[in-house]
Design a protein around this ligand. Structure first.
Ligand code: SAM
Ligand code: SF4
Length: 335
């Protein structure tokens, strides 16, 4: 039926063309702003199979999704993830325009070549510090050497690497210029992110919340920042830095709302579609996938998701803001 192939357009006339698909909620790190040390992971039987993830992705491509980012948790800890990348890589040029992945890079050295061979061209790597002790403090694991080897391997096979760093007051705040300078020297773009109130962690995020306006001012005192027209279809806004010769992005969910241009939805590894990272609205796709009439049920579920996608998120971090805005961790919804 024609309706099954109608593009995804939400109630605010935003065309949804970008899917973030979480392939696992598990992770080999325990970044302190993301999850507690004793994080409870989902029982494996609740997680979608490789075949289900593939069918789901094809369903989205049929509805006009042109960009898919695999995420998690750490996508590269899922054993069969490369098979999924290869299967989806075959859709590039066939409705799908871009397939990417967000990774912590601990296992990237082993997988970089397979990603590139499957058609991945750009990847996002999360890296908050270049200091080994600080890395261990932030992620609760001593893995910086593996991460740097992963980034080098990605570069060596021609993958374009974008680094994402969460700006954290009193933690990596003072090192951000070093990180940016190093990344630009290596030819990698960097984007800074404000920490978001998603899920409980062991400490209180507010202690480390650092508004990016303050970071930007500090960088402006040091370097020449020129606002750039560069856009990637995402929420980042960019500047070019004259002294480093590179580009720097800012993602400011708390200090500057960007929801009007939202083009994305997220699906968890159990098939729950969240039309907004910062909202509680959810549609279950696993039930649709496992029903007698998956195609029709999936189409109806996606239409419903478009109907309930909220106009904007309601993140807030304030003096009384100890409670997370959403109880889901970023590692569940997919970053
Ligand atoms: N494990 C992979 C990684 O770290 O790149 C992919 C998933 S991770 C949840 C995706 C991104 O979310 C990372 O860049 C991470 O720094 C970021 N992140 C996690 N928790 C966050 C939070 N509460 N606020 C802002 N960013 C967060
Ligand atoms: Fe794992 Fe990524 Fe969360 Fe760090 S941010 S704990 S690497 S999912």
């Amino acid at each position: 039926m024609a309706v099954h192939h109608a593009p995804l357009v939400d109630g605010f006339n935003r065309r949804i063309s970008y899917l973030r698909l979480s392939v696992t909620d598990r992770c080999d790190l325990r970044c302190s702003y993301c999850m507690p040390e004793a994080m409870q992971f989902l029982p494996r039987k609740e997680v979608l199979s490789l075949e289900e993830l593939h069918r789901l992705a094809l369903g989205f491509i049929a509805r006009g999704v042109t960009k898919i980012r695999l995420t998690g948790g750490e996508p590269l800890v899922r054993r069969d993830v490369i098979e999924l990348v290869q299967a989806l890589g075959r859709e590039i040029g066939n409705g799908l325009e871009e397939l990417t992945i967000t990774t912590n890079a601990t296992q990237l050295a082993q997988h970089a070549a397979a990603l590139a061979d499957a058609g991945v061209r750009r990847i996002n790597v999360s890296l908050d510090t270049l200091d080994r002790a600080r890395f261990e403090q932030l992620s609760r694991r001593d893995r910086l050497p593996q991460v740097l080897a992963g980034i080098a391997a990605a570069k060596a096979v021609g993958l374009k690497v974008k680094l994402n760093a969460v700006a954290l007051k009193g933690l990596n705040e003072g090192e951000l210029p070093t990180l940016i300078e190093w990344a630009h020297g290596e030819g990698h773009e960097v984007t800074l992110i404000e920490v978001m109130p998603l899920g409980d962690v062991d400490g209180d995020r507010i202690d480390h919340y650092l508004p990016l306006v303050a970071v930007r001012e500090a960088l402006e005192a040091r370097w020449t920042l020129t606002p750039s027209e560069h856009r990637t279809g995402g929420p980042a806004r960019y500047v070019d830095i004259a002294e480093t010769g590179g580009r720097l992005g800012f993602i400011t969910p708390l200090t500057e709302n960007f929801c009007a241009g939202c083009n994305r939805i997220r699906v968890t590894t159990t098939g729950q579609l969240y039309p907004c990272l910062g909202g509680g609205e959810m549609i279950d796709l696993r039930g649709a996938l496992r029903s007698d009439d998956p195609e029709a049920r999936l189409a109806a579920a996606l239409d419903e998701a478009m109907r309930i996608k909220p106009e904007r998120h309601h993140f807030r971090i304030d003096a009384a803001g100890a409670a997370p805005a959403q109880p889901r961790h970023m590692s569940v919804t997919g970053g």
